[in-house]
Design a protein around this ligand. Structure first.
Ligand code: UD1
Length: 422
């Protein structure tokens, strides 16, 4: 397995271009199954998760050609040949569950392995399933597989019991071809959901209320394949801004949508960093008046749970007390033990984390446990004294395109060592 070697202490400076959003691309790629013909997607990031979802839709009968140099994915759908996604694929990526919506809409059948728990908690899929049931699907669980059966789905009114990005996207994809009108309440407002909705609308779906908590869908008989460009990744943009701030550097993220990262920008400003934005760029630089702040993860437009770990790495050397409250996932603190090994002063009480800023972190051999925890460790390595070795960096390959190249362009001393570590 590859490892990263990072020699900390360099202030990042310069500009970095943000890639397409992983969490928008995943449901959109699956959404292409809703129409026969050729869909062309641009700004698709070259990430392990994207290659996995391509494998998933290939196994259902789609032909895919991913030009990674151009970030263009061409998907041809003639017919859906298979309705089963095996455990081997679902266990590597929970987003495989997204195929349920399109499969039920197109062929009234989906057999998907039930995702297990993962490093950030139990992560149930009950809201997805009750939504499909409300649309007229019969769900059973057999031998670890969710078996869903339906005729043509029927529109309905459904209030989700909690705000879920995945369930909103999945139920929306099922409802676009249903008979009649579907009203979804308590919807996720994340830009990723809006991007999926815009893609479906371009295909001919009738959807209103995107970006609000009430989405209305008037079912149509068929959708047409289209060309579409994925939005920039707000989590990647936030991660680089946080990394720039943590190294007391001065960086600009380009090809970003500032409106999507307001919560992150506000948190950095609260800490005393100078943040500035233009039409498609955001800059951060340090100041002499840094202090701790309170960050609470919330559904969009609140502070994203995906930036909680990077924010904790940044907080480690900010003077004073930082309080971080995680309200989305139950167990998203696996980075804490690793940050402590580097000298961070962190106390966890339930879902509240108290970080007392220390003067400096020092290098240690550390290990990634999930994607965003991995980003936090890279940031810690960038600010630590000495050379940090990070293992299991395949977690970061799932969600950050060319991470070490982009950081090198900003001046970081980071190297990937092939085949090292456990
Ligand atoms: C998505 C993102 C993930 C991100 C998360 C929060 C994708 C593929 N994944 O995950 O990277 O960290 O949003 O922004 O886009 N819940 C239930 N039952 C359900 C569904 C969710 O109880 O059926 C709970 C979850 O356990 C969690 C909360 O609702 O506590 C939010 O989950 P959700 O928004 O669905 O996150 P994901 O779609 O899994």
């Amino acid at each position: 397995m590859d490892t990263y070697l990072i020699r900390g202490g360099t202030r990042l400076s310069g500009e970095v271009k943000i890639s397409g959003a992983k969490n928008a691309a995943l449901p959109i790629i699956v959404g292409s199954l809703l129409a026969d013909g050729e869909t062309v997607l641009d700004n698709v990031p070259d990430l392990k998760d994207i290659h996995t979802i391509i494998q998933v839709i290939r196994c259902l009968g789609a032909e895919c050609d991913f030009d990674t140099a151009a970030n263009r994915l061409t998907i041809k759908v003639n017919s859906i040949k298979n309705a089963e996604v095996p455990y081997e694929l679902v266990k590597t990526m929970r987003a495989s569950i997204y195929v349920m919506g399109p499969l039920l809409a197109r062929i009234g059948q989906a057999d998907v392995s039930l995702p297990g728990g993962c490093a950030i908690g139990e992560r149930p899929v009950d809201i997805h399933l009750t939504g499909f049931e409300a649309l007229g699907t019969t769900i059973s669980l057999e031998h670890g597989y969710i078996k869903a059966r339906a005729g043509r789905l029927n529109g309905m009114q459904f209030k989700m019991r909690g705000i879920s990005v995945g369930a909103t996207a999945n139920i929306m994809m099922a409802a676009v071809l249903a008979r009649g009108k579907t009203v979804l309440e308590n919807c996720a407002r994340e830009p990723d959901v809006v991007d999926l909705g815009n893609f479906l609308v371009k295909m001919g779906a009738k959807i209103s209320g995107l970006g609000s908590d009430l989405i209305e869908i008037e079912g149509v008989k068929r959708l047409e394949p289209v060309s579409y460009s994925i939005i920039p990744d707000r989590i990647e943009a936030g991660t680089y801004l946080i990394a720039g701030a943590a190294t007391k550097g001065e960086i600009t993220v380009k090809s970003a949508i500032p409106e999507h990262i307001v919560a992150c920008m506000d948190a950095l400003k609260d800490m005393g960093f100078v943040v500035d934005s233009g039409a498609d760029r955001v800059s951060v630089k340090t100041s002499h008046k840094l202090s701790g702040t309170l960050v609470k993860t919330l559904p969009y437009p609140g502070f994203p749970t995906d930036l909680q770990a990077p924010m904790m790495a940044l907080s480690a050397t900010i003077p004073g007390i930082n309080v971080i409250v995680e309200t989305i996932f139950e167990n998203r603190f696996t980075h804490v033990a690793e940050l402590r090994r580097m000298g961070a002063d962190i106390t966890v009480e339930g879902n509240v984390v108290i970080v007392k800023g220390v003067e400096k972190l020092s290098s240690a051999p550390i290990m990634m446990s999930d994607l965003r925890a991995g980003a936090a460790l890279v940031i810690a390595g960038l600010i630590a004294e000495g050379e940090t070795e990070i293992r299991r960096i395949y977690h970061c390959d799932r969600g950050y395109e060319r991470l070490e190249n982009k950081l090198s362009v900003l001046g970081a001393d980071i190297r990937r060592v092939k085949g090292g570590g456990l």
